[in-house]
Design a protein around this ligand. Sequence first.
Ligand SMILES: Cc1cc2nc3c(=O)[nH]c(=O)nc-3n(C[C@H](O)[C@H](O)[C@H](O)COP(=O)(O)O)c2cc1C
Ligand code: SF4
Ligand code: SF4
Length: 376
Amino acid sequence: MAGFNNIELITDRPLIDNLKEIEEVKKYFPDHAVIASLMVETREQWIQIIKDVENAGADGIELNFGCPHGMCERGMGSAVGQEPAVLKTIVEWVMDAAKIPVITKLTPNISDIREPGLAAVQGGTDALSLINTIKSIVGIDLDSYAPYPIVDGKGTNGGYCGPAVKPIALHMLRELAQHEKITKTPISGIGGIETWRDVVEFILLGASSVQVCTAVMHYGFGIVREMEAGLIQFMNEKGYDTIYDFVGKALPNVVEWKNLNLKHKVVANIDADKCIGCQLCYIACDDGAHQAIKITEGNRIPEIIDENCVGCNLCSLVCPVEECITMEKRDDGTQHLTWAERTEADTIPTDFNDDRAGGKGHFVPTVQDALKHRKG
Ligand SMILES: Cc1cc2nc3c(=O)[nH]c(=O)nc-3n(C[C@H](O)[C@H](O)[C@H](O)COP(=O)(O)O)c2cc1C
Ligand code: SF4
Ligand code: SF4
C-alpha cells in the first residue's frame, strides 16, 4: 500500500474519556512520555483544554494545525496552519497557558513550509512537528462518478498519508531544519515512516524524534520494535551513542541546484550476465530519455551508447533485475564547476543557441531511424 486517504475528524468521544485514558497510560507507563494532540477554536477553549490535559498527567501538548479535511472548513486544523499570522497568535495563547512543552504540528498543504514554521517559532513554540496529511482525492468510482471514500453518493477531499508522502515530508523537514531562524527548534518528523531506515533518514535530515501513524494502522504496534532494533543496530555500526550524534548529519549535503558540480559525469552500464533481455530499459530510454540504448538484430541484450547517455538513471530504475544496470562514474573527480560559479564568472549561456549551453551535437535520430519500429 503506497498510501491512503482519510476523512476522519477529531475525536467524537467525550473529553473526560480521553483524559481518563491519558491518566491511565501515565499510571501504567510512568517512564514513557504521553503527548496530547489538541485542536480547539477559541482562546478560552485552548486555556481550558491545556489545563485539563496537564491535570491528567500529559507530558506535552501537540497543536494540530494540520488536518486538511472537515475541521479546516470550521476554521481549525490546516485553516490555521495555512495562515501564519493566525497560527502565531494561537501559539502565543498556548505558550501563555501551558506549563508543559508544546509542539506545533504543521500542515504540508502550503507552498512554503518555512512561513508557518517561522510563525510558530516566533510565537514561542518549544518544538515543531510535520507533516500532517496531504489534501487529496485518491480516485473516482467509474459507476457513481463520486470520489472515494463514497458517502451516500458523494465524496470529499481527504488527507493522504503513508509511504507515498515520505518524500514530501523529508523535503519539508529539510526546509525547516536548514532555516537559520529555526535550527535551534527541535523537530519531530512524521510522514510515511515504516522502517528503521525511514527513521534514520528523518533523523539525518534534522528530526530529533519521529512519529508513526499509517504504518501502525497497517502492521500494528509491533512494527515499532523492528524500527527500534534496526535503529540500534545502525547506531552501533556507526558508533553513535545517542540520536543527537547524527541529527541533521545529511543537511550539509542538501544544497541548492546551482551548487551542484556540473563536471560530475555518470554513464549507465548493463551487466550482460545479469540481463534477462526484457528490453524495458531500451523502451524507457528511447521513448522517455535520450535514445542512448541500442538493440542489435538477433541479440536481446541491449547496449549503452556512451556518447548519448546523460546519466539520467531512468534505465536503472525500470530494470527489474537488481544491480543489472549501474551508474558508472566517468569523471576523474579533479574538476568542479557549479552554475553559481559560472554565473559569477559570467559564462552562463544567454540563449538557446549559445555554445556554452553544452547541448550542441546532442544525438538526434534521423526520421527514418526514429520511425523504423512503427507498425503499419
Ligand atoms: C486515520 C487518520 C487519522 C488522523 N488523525 C489525526 C489527528 O487527529 N490529529 C493529527 O494531528 N493528525 C492526524 N492524522 C495525521 C497523522 O498523525 C500523520 O501526521 C500523517 O498521517 C502522516 O504520517 P503517516 O504517514 O505515518 O501516517 C491522522 C492520520 C490518519 C491516517
Ligand atoms: S531492463 Fe535490465 S534486464 Fe531488461 S533488458 Fe534492460 S538491462 Fe536487461
Ligand atoms: S541513464 Fe538515461 S540516458 Fe543513459 S542509458 Fe539510461 S535512460 Fe538512457
